[in-house]
Design a protein around this ligand. Sequence first.
Ligand code: FAD
Length: 435
Amino acid sequence: MHKTASPPKIVIVGGGAGGLELATRLGRKLGKTNQAKITLIDPSRIHLWKPLLHEVVAGSLDTGMEALSYRAHSAENHYYFRLGKMDALDKEKRQIRLAPLVDHHGKQILKPRHIDYDILVMALGAHSNDFGIEGVSEYCFKLDDAQEAEDFHLSFLNRFLQFSETAHSGEVVSIAIVGAGATGVELSAELYNAVDRLEQFGVENIHHKSLEVTLIEAAPRILPALEEDLACKAQKTLEELGVNIQLNKNVKQVTPYTLHTADGDIHADLLVWAAGIKAPEFLSHLALPVNRINQIEIDDSLLVKGEDNIYAIGDCAFLKPEEATRPVPPTAQAAHQMAKHCAQNITRQITGKPLKQFKYCDHGALVSLSRFQTLGSLLDQLLHKHWVIEGKLAHWAYASLYRQHQLAVHGYWKTLWILVESLIERRIKPKLKLY
Ligand SMILES: Cc1cc2nc3c(=O)[nH]c(=O)nc-3n(C[C@H](O)[C@H](O)[C@H](O)COP(=O)(O)OP(=O)(O)OC[C@H]3O[C@@H](n4cnc5c(N)ncnc54)[C@H](O)[C@@H]3O)c2cc1C
């Protein structure tokens, strides 16, 4: 690393599950004592932990309550925040470029800007992969950020409003979801929870059977990250709720309200795409090593292969440790562990110590089917054992992943107050966001 007279400039691109945690840790450790200047960059003014997005869609969660303002958080945690979207990298000059900032009418607010770095961390996540299938981006909702989840939520409410005013007997509100991984499965259950709430609110003509969710999967089973018997249990619960699960079906094309498969067309009022991920396309033009889904290849110190001052963490990074059979998965659990390790390695780097090897610790996988069921398995790496858990214990373990994120970004006291606030909110507010 170059020696600089002023404190080293650490730039983190992307304030998601990994990047926000990293900025917070470095801010508290190095920013506070002026050992480094930490800057976090994100195109959004607010952070919402991504695994909550399906709850935003269904209205079980209010973005306004859970979202964190980067600006306020940065001031409390000794880092700087810049609003913007990275679109280029100049490794020679040690600069990144932020695209022109435009408002929602397309009017330019800021011209392109250049930001200098001594250490750069790429933490800009991934988005849904349309596999180049025609019509996906035009006609399907995706759950890539809070805005998209809010848009889908409004369309969901509007469709039910139409239905309640004009429904004829035998009609249903139909939603087709492509991809039966955790996102598709959790969303299916959450939508039935939402419709039950609408019924409880006395919205005319609406009851559980007013909703028909079809879950389409190319693989022979749902939830590939879970053991087969657990996936079967989840499938049974979904089918009891009314979800129509169609396996071994490949979507070839999407047109308005229709998914075209080799076995026929599937029509629905709302279409959702939740099948796989890929990292942003521009990453493949930065002269950094990337895999076929644009993830940046890193070594086990979390440095980008061949670079000594660029790290990558979370969903946009590809790491396959030599001894492992599979790469580190694109999950919040992995992003959290990488953020923690990256903070340690950057601190070591700027104090001239050797970097440490990252070891991913798989704690298992959990799936929440809204209030209907939570199940999964926990892994104990020390005892080499795994436990299948269900019900309240599984629900608690599932919720603890978010609490872990809150603890990392807010600290103990604030997390405690947030918890108390949300318990009060739950008592006094409706259980469904209706706007
Ligand atoms: C609906 C849903 C449910 C999920 N459920 C779970 C779960 O139960 N358990 C689990 O472990 N994982 C879950 N995941 C996966 C988990 O959310 C991700 O693995 C995790 O958020 C990855 O963290 P990250 O920091 O790499 O990226 P993200 O959290 O996606 O953050 C990326 C950030 O980068 C910013 N960004 C993007 N492009 C740019 C750019 N060009 N310049 C600057 N900033 C940029 C984005 O605005 C965003 O803030 C779920 C995902 C979804 C969508």
